[in-house]
Structure formats: structure tokens, C-alpha cells
Ligand binder design. Structure first.
Ligand SMILES: *Cc1c(COP(=O)(O)O)cnc(C)c1O
Length: 391
């Protein structure tokens, strides 16, 4: 039976049925799988017939997760990876060759920035950053070697939004592969493939798990690209463990209800603090003061679970504020049922120079709030108290 709605697909699609009639998918802790005959082994290895061979290639639990996420993203096929960074690395390493050039948005996750600036150049793969404010002029940044456009929207932590319809047309016009890191939005809030992205990547560690338990990553997209990625992943080996795949497939079943609450809480908090005298600025995609509010409304279902607050008083104030929080946790993760605060300039984005940070809006007074599933009044109270005490 085919299901039309996101919530039903996420709950009901399952690939991993065994013959034991489990109602809930079991965990397949098996590194390899048995063949009925030498001939069947030959056929599976040559991909004449489908089937599980070895858990570095595929496992019923990873297949389950891929089926659920592909239905959610509207993509043909996918690969699971051991972490989000394995997905970012794999999507680029599998599809690029020596001499190729990547055009990337400047606002990227810290480790993705390290990949482009310090790791890929070792193999002769270079990049140019484009500013989102100047996106209509990105054509000038294309070189004869450009093969890929890599973007993040909303970006971490600047919450900058890129017009997916525009950038997909741009990529297709110039025959470039468009890769979108969709981690912040999750497939529930935004489906880049529906706007024309060729590849969608995820850190499943964040909202897809949603409870801070496991690492995982996903690379999804058109079959012709994913086959190349599969080949690369099979033979380089950053496979997702069956246990983590099982956790993540279970989490997909509750993604929609969790995201609805993350977003509802986040919007209330953003609205509550938007006029606070203690803050320079509150940024949230679905707050009308966000510079790309209309665009966010066009391509996202809700505004997401992340808010940035820029405190008056710069770094010392931001640090005092963080130290005064009583409930909200200070940790580098995001997308958890527990609300989390992070100071990007001194942690996740500390490898960037101050100038680089300013160009992507990461000011010293900025804190990133990953809004959790606690009662919104308790989150607001904790922030309000800490703002007062850190004056
Ligand atoms: C966390 C994150 C990653 C990296 O994912 P890991 O699972 O930590 O490896 C990549 N992109 C974005 C936007 C992230 O927030």
C-alpha cells in the first residue's frame, strides 16, 4: 500500500520484516548474511539479484532507515553513513575528481569548512565561497572546472536562507551538481529535492535522532549519483551501525510531532524576546524581522528549532549569560529534546578568523539556542533569569 502523507509514511514504511512477525523492527546485529548456494552468492555480488551480503554494504536496519527518509525527502535512493560529516565528505569525495572545483555558500558547518579549506585541497579539489547576500552574482564565481554547488539552508548558526528554487535552476543551467545539507530543516520542514537539488545530505545526529543518542548521516538523491556514492562508501567503509540505524528509523516515526513542538516553542521564544532590551537581535526564520522571512515561508513548513540571540555586551556578556542558565544545557550538539545553548564564536566556529565569522554573521555576542521539548514557559523563564543576572 502506498501512503500519501509524511506522518503515515514515516511510521508505516518498513523494509526490514523478518519471518518472526515482529510488530516493531528488530535490530539485525549481523556483520554478514548467508547465501543459499554458490550461484546465489555470485548473483548477489554481481548485483543481478538484490539481497543483503555484508553490513558494510547494507543491512536490514540501514535499508529501513533509507526507505523512510527517501519517502520523506522525495528522493529515489540513499546511503547511510556513520556520521553527518561522513555524509558531507562522501557526497563530495564520491562525485568529485582531482582538479574539480566546488562553489559553496560561505555559511557552512565548521567541519564542512575544514573539508573544503584543508582536506580536499590535498587532492587538488578547490572551492570558492559565495556570499548569500550576493547570490545573484554567483555566476561570476563559476570556473571551467566547477562541478558542484554545495549549500546549507538554513545555515548553522547564521540561519541564512538560500532560495532553493533559484539555486536549483542556477545549478541546472550551468550543469552543476547541487548538494544541500538539509540538517537544520529536516525532511519534515523542507525537501530540497522537490525544488531540484540533486543530492540532499543530513547529519541524522541532530533532529532526526532528536534525543542526543547516536551519530549518523544520510546521502540521498537521484539514483545515478547515489550509485556512485554507494560504490565509494562500500569500499571506503564509513558505514552506519545497525543499532544506530534502528534508533534513527524509530526516531523518524516521531519526527513530525517532535518538529511541530520544537518549532512551536521556538517561535514563541523568538516572539517573547524579540523586543528585549538585553538583546541586539533575535533571529528566527519565521520571525518577520528575519531578512529572508518571505523566502523562509515559501520553502519551509515551519521555522525550525534553532534561534540565535545576540546579546548586548559581546563575548563577556554571552559567557556570563551561559553560566547563569540553570536548566538549558551547555553543549555542542543541537536538535535534542533538551534545550541547548552554544556560543559558536568560541566553540564550533572558533577555527574561523574573527573576520570570517563576521562575514557570516557570527558575532561575539551571539548564542545559538536549540529549542527543546520542555514546556516553553520553563525555557523562557531560564533565559529571562539568565539575561537579568548577567547584566
Ligand atoms: C552537526 C552538523 C553536521 C555534522 O554532523 P555530525 O553528525 O556531527 O558528523 C553537518 N552539517 C550541519 C549543518 C550540522 O549541524
Amino acid at each position: 500500500m502506498a501512503y500519501n502523507n509524511f506522518e503515515t509514511q514515516a511510521v508505516r514504511i518498513a523494509e526490514s520484516a523478518s519471518n518472526q512477525r515482529e510488530h516493531s523492527a528488530p535490530i539485525y546485529l549481523s556483520s554478514s548474511f548467508v547465501f543459499d548456494s554458490a550461484e546465489e552468492a555470485r548473483q548477489m555480488f554481481s548485483e543481478e539479484i538484490p539481497g543483503n551480503i555484508y553490513s558494510r554494504y547494507a543491512n536490514p536496519n540501514t535499508s529501513d532507515l533509507i526507505a523512510k527518509v527517501c519517502a520523506a525527502e522525495g528522493t529515489e535512493s540513499g546511503v547511510t553513513t556513520a556520521s553527518g560529516m561522513a555524509a558531507m565528505f562522501g557526497s563530495m569525495a564520491a562525485l568529485l575528481s582531482q582538479g574539480d572545483h566546488v562553489l559553496a555558500s560561505r555559511s557552512l558547518f565548521g567541519s564542512t569548512h575544514q573539508l573544503l579549506t584543508r582536506i580536499f585541497p590535498k587532492w587538488g579539489i578547490n572551492h570558492t565561497y559565495g556570499d548569500i547576500s550576493d547570490i545573484l552574482n554567483w555566476e561570476k564565481l563559476i570556473t571551467p572546472k566547477t562541478k558542484m554547488v554545495f549549500i546549507e539552508t538554513p545555515s548553522n548558526p547564521g540561519l541564512e536562507i538560500i532560495d532553493l528554487e533559484y539555486i536549483a535552476n542556477f545549478a541546472n543551467t550551468h550543469n552543476l551538481i547541487l548538494v544541500v545539507d538539509n540538517c537544520f530543516a529536516t525532511p519534515y520542514l523542507q525537501q530540497p529535492a522537490k525544488w531540484g537539488a540533486h543530492i540532499v545530505t543530513h547529519s541524522a545526529t541532530k533532529f532526526i535522532d532528536g534525543q542526543g543518542r547516536v551519530l549518523g548521516g544520510l546521502i540521498l538523491g537521484e539514483k545515478k549519483y547515489i550509485e556512485e556514492v554507494q560504490f565509494f562508501m562500500r569500499h571506503t567503509g564509513p558505514s552506519l551501525s545497525p543499532f544506530n540505524a534502528w534508533v534513527l528509523a524509530k526516531s523518524m516515526e516521531t519526527l513530525a510531532v517532535r518538529m511541530d513542538r520544537h518549532c512551536e516553542n521556538a517561535l514563541k521564544i523568538a516572539q517573547y524576546f524579540q523586543d528585549s532590551k538585553e538583546l541586539e537581535f533575535v533571529k528566527y526564520p519565521f520571525l518577520p524581522t528575519h531578512p529572508q522571512y518571505d523566502l523562509a515561508k515559501k520553502q519551509m513548513k515551519h521555522g525550525g528549532g534553532i534561534i540565535t540571540l545576540t546579546l548586548k555586551g559581546g563575548l563577556p556578556r554571552a559567557q556570563r549569560f551561559i553560566d547563569q542558565l540553570q536548566m538549558i544545557t551547555v553543549t555542542a550538539n543541537l536538535g535534542d529534546s533538551r534545550s541547548i545553548i552554544t556560543h559558536p564564536a568560541s566553540t564550533t566556529h572558533s577555527k574561523l578568523s574573527e573576520e570570517e565569522r563576521e562575514r557570516v554573521g557570527i558575532l561575539n555576542g551571539l548564542v545559538r539556542l536549540s529549542v527543546g521539548l520542555e514546556h516553553v514557559d520553563d525555557i523562557i523563564l531560564d533565559i529571562e533569569r539568565a539575561l537579568e543576572k548577567s547584566r
